[in-house]
Design a binder for this molecule. Structure first.
Ligand code: 7PM
Length: 266
């Protein structure tokens, strides 16, 4: 899954699809087509920056940013379009334009989100986050981060069932960096295999995240090699989808992993 931020202010690939104040459709399509030729099967479009301290986006601003991109991508690019949103109207409208996946960092907990998501019939990615984006990194705490994430998943799976969403539609994501210290993130990655034992595919976003900076003193755009290593570790532990900024590098690494013989009679 390639990340396409349609925000002017994203932390790791800030505003690169913008020409001045406006999103450039030709830059967007060029970047998207490159990601697909590099091996992306999904493209994740997000119009709200979840960075701590980022300016909140209004609903009309988010609709405006995301829907234009979704329409252009579903028309012109051969990949499943995923929409990174917590806003019910964005979910409904995106589905109408041909989006193929809804990805909500708030796990469809906003008022009306689960009902809207249910009505689209689309697959959903439910991500774990402790707290809210602006304050989540102020002293995150868990008795046990694995149990915290697992309990959250179970609660959301019940809520989905109650909302009429069939279990086959649900992808789960432990939410690396969302209300977690570096230590929590590495715990989650080390034990990711335990979360991959259910029927639900696991999606992970590790790309360029600050847990890398707890080991390497590098700016986001210098975290490519480390991001590839983390993606590979996640897939080895059973992750089904990796959300990344650097598709070509990740795809090469995963192609090498895929080439390993796995039969018992090696
Ligand atoms: C600031 C903070 C900017 C965090 C961008 C981010 C995930 C996601 C994001 C993830 C799923 C980033 C994040 N991360 N959706 N959206 N899983 N499902 O680093 O880990 O891209 S935004």
């Amino acid at each position: 899954m390639g990340v396409l931020n349609v925000t002017p202010d994203s932390f790791s690939d800030g505003g690169q699809l913008y020409q001045g104040a406006a999103l450039s459709p030709s830059l967007l399509l060029k970047r998207a087509e490159q990601m697909v030729s590099d091996g992306a099967q999904l493209l994740d479009v997000g119009g709200e920056s979840t960075r701590p301290g980022a300016t909140p986006v209004s609903e009309s601003e988010e609709l405006d940013r995301v829907l234009g991109a979704v329409e252009a991508l579903t028309r012109h690019v051969d990949a499943v379009v995923s929409v990174d949103t917590s806003t019910p109207s964005v979910m409904i409208e995106s589905a109408g334009l041909g989006a193929g996946l809804l990805n909500d960092v708030r796990g469809f907990r906003r008022a009306g989100a689960l009902e809207a998501a249910s009505a689209t019939g689309l697959p959903l990615c439910i991500m774990h986050m402790q707290g809210e984006p602006d304050t989540m990194q102020q002293n995150p705490q868990y008795d046990d981060v694995m149990s915290g994430v697992r309990d959250f998943f179970n609660g959301r799976l019940s809520a989905c069932q109650a909302a009429g969403i069939s279990q086959e539609r649900i992808i789960l994501d432990p939410g690396f960096g969302f209300g977690k210290t570096a230590e929590h993130n590495f715990q989650l990655l080390a034990h990711l295999g335990d979360l991959c034992l259910t029927e639900h595919p696991i999606l992970v976003g590790l790309s360029r995240k600050s847990m890398i900076a707890s080991v390497l003193d590098k700016a986001p755009e210098e975290r490519v090699f480390a991001s590839v290593a983390l993606a590979l570790m996640a897939v080895e532990r059973g992750a089904s989808i990796v959300r990344v900024h650097d598709v070509a590098a990740t795809a090469d690494a995963l192609a090498m992993w895929s080439a390993l013989p796995r039969s018992l009679d090696r």
